[in-house]
Design a protein around this ligand. Sequence first.
Ligand SMILES: [Zn+2]
Length: 284
Amino acid sequence: MNKTFSILKNRMSKESKRRVKVKQSKLIGIINKPKILFYDIETAPLKAWIWRTGEQRVNPGQLVAGSDQYEIITLCYEWAHNKKKGQLDWGKNKNSKKLVEEFTKICDEADIVIGKNNRRFDDKHLNTMRMIHGLPGRPDLLAKVDDLESQLRKHFYLPSFGLDYVSKMLGLNGKDGMCLQDWIDIMEGTPKVAAKSLLKMKKYCSKDVSDTKKIWNHCMAHFQPKFNHSIHNSSLCCKYCGSTKIHKNGISVQGKTIYQRYFCTAHNGNAGRISIKSKTDILT
Ligand SMILES: [Zn+2]
């Protein structure tokens, strides 16, 4: 009886250890490969009563009732850790509440969310839709947001920081063509015309997302991305791309601390540093 119990206990112990191992490896697996989400939105234009064409100031009182608030027509996204892509739209009711709800769930899966000029535009539009449509507030999502535009402006001097220019500069053929009439067709066209233009807009938006991702990956070696892979990785790795192909690259001193610098051969750039000593024999 005792022998049977002992065998059973041993089996159970092995099983629980295996489960812990699986849990740990799953956890490490998830952490080792961060989920990076790229996205872009297209918004509906406003309508205004005006007296003439040309440069002028349009006051809020000139906005046409019913067309005096923004809505998101389409939102496209793609992941960096797998090949999944998505296209959401405002649906037949031309209301972006569901789109925002769905994308918020997708953001919750991500470790980092990246757009192009999203800090000033897309992120704020999403938050505005949450406020207008009575959705839960999610300012916490901003903690995991990075922005290609901010990184380009911070680290490069270019003739233009527009997506079309940077895309062409890197051989990605620039943005797809879209004109105001496409927006008008989506807003007021017959169902057939509106559907055709919406498809065109989704393709245009998806190309922007794809270019944002490619430009980010190309330029990343020169950025200081917000997401630190080293914090989320179980082994010593590059803080910028998560690769373990790193080697020591000299010593640096800042203030009273001495750092061991590392270089990453995977993304061909700085991998980060570790403090190795604190100077105590300093006269101040
Ligand atoms: Zn790296």
